[in-house]
Ligand binder design. Structure first.
Ligand code: SAM
Length: 324
């Protein structure tokens, strides 16, 4: 799979999030500024998306953010967050503007991705007043070149996840990450694009070098059934072959993969379980935004994505899903 195709998967994610936000699934004042107006992996832009997709993105974003916030609250502000394959993700900006005074905001946040995507994000952040203010505005020193930006505590850096040693070195030397501080790694629909050997190496490197860490990971799962085969061939038709990734694994295999990497605890939930654990008033609200032709297809879709979590102390061995 070419790096260009892989990087363009971000355009599709950003366009889908933007579409869901525009329809009122959730709030994200920054997504329009970082998503492209047209093109993209699956049409991009403001092209309409099926309701299942927007509802799925809503569940993914609110669940990941709720778990992240609960972890940050648990460990307090002496905590670092590294968003691997962050693409156009705006979680940092959303956290800082929603909870500007919170004492659990992380003391370091790194958005890392392949260079073309970081260059685009650097340009977007430095040329948009709203994004600049969200990362600290006039109160922070912003140092940047075409590919990276440093506005402590926020950083954007190019990093190829297929070279885990270089990733860790960049995090330490360019962003000042301290491997002894509690660190949360986010990987939202990212590891699936790496060859299995690279993702295994990366996971082991993170678990071994950051001994107080948690990983919050979202990706496809259970793709070896009929529905999964359709998803795989859909990806393949867009130049993305996921067959060499860990996406075909079962939930248990995903969990074992994280334990094998070196984290003492791991848990995996399909998005169907996650969706069922989201607060009922919230799901009732989004289910009124767009009607589904039939619920079964949506449930099947949710069965084929998961949130995986791995942790070492001081992070809880399993965040309480029902408490979202
Ligand atoms: N995490 C973002 C989100 O969920 O909105 C973007 C997800 S997008 C589907 C996948 C991202 O992973 C892209 O931004 C892509 O460039 C990044 N990615 C894939 N392979 C990578 C690699 N080897 N090194 C760094 N980033 C990579």
């Amino acid at each position: 799979m070419s790096d260009l195709v892989v990087q363009q998967t971000n355009d599709d994610a950003a366009a889908s999030k933007r579409h869901a936000v525009r329809l009122g699934y959730y709030e994200d004042p920054f997504i329009a500024a970082v998503s492209r107006g047209g093109g993209g992996f699956a049409g991009g832009g403001d092209a309409s998306k099926p309701p299942e997709i927007s509802r799925g993105y809503w569940a993914r974003v609110v669940a990941l953010r709720a778990i992240l916030i609960s972890l940050l609250r648990d460990v307090g502000c002496r905590c670092q967050v590294v968003n691997l394959g962050a693409g156009s993700d705006t979680t940092y900006m959303c956290l800082c503007t929603s909870w500007p005074q919170a004492d659990w905001l992380p003391c370091k946040w790194v958005d890392a991705d392949l260079q073309d995507n970081t260059s685009r994000k650097v340009l977007q952040v430095t040329s948009n007043r709203q994004l600049l203010e969200a990362i600290g505005g006039d109160e922070v020193d912003i140092v940047h070149n075409r590919h990276e930006l440093h506005a402590d505590p926020y950083h954007i850096v190019p990093a190829d996840l297929r070279d885990p040693a270089a990733v860790v070195s960049t995090l330490r030397s360019s962003c000042g990450l301290d491997a002894d501080l509690p660190t949360i790694f986010l990987a939202e629909c990212v590891l699936v694009y790496l060859p299995v050997e690279s993702s295994e190496k990366l996971l082991a490197q993170l678990a071994n070098q950051f001994t107080k860490s948690a990983l919050l990971h979202y990706e496809q799962v259970n793709l070896s059934d009929r529905f999964g085969e359709v998803m795989l061939s859909n990806f393949r038709s867009r130049g993305c072959d996921l067959a060499g990734s860990a996406a075909c694994a079962s939930e248990d295999a995903q969990r074992q993969r994280l334990l094998r990497a070196g984290w003492p605890a791991a848990a995996v939930w399909t998005m169907r379980r996650v969706y069922a654990a989201l607060p009922q008033p919230a799901t009732a609200r989004v289910e009124r935004i767009e009607m589904l032709d039939e619920r079964e297809g949506f449930d099947q879709l949710l069965e084929h994505y998961c949130i995986a979590y791995a942790a070492s102390s001081p992070f809880p061995s399993e965040p309480d899903l029902a408490n979202r």
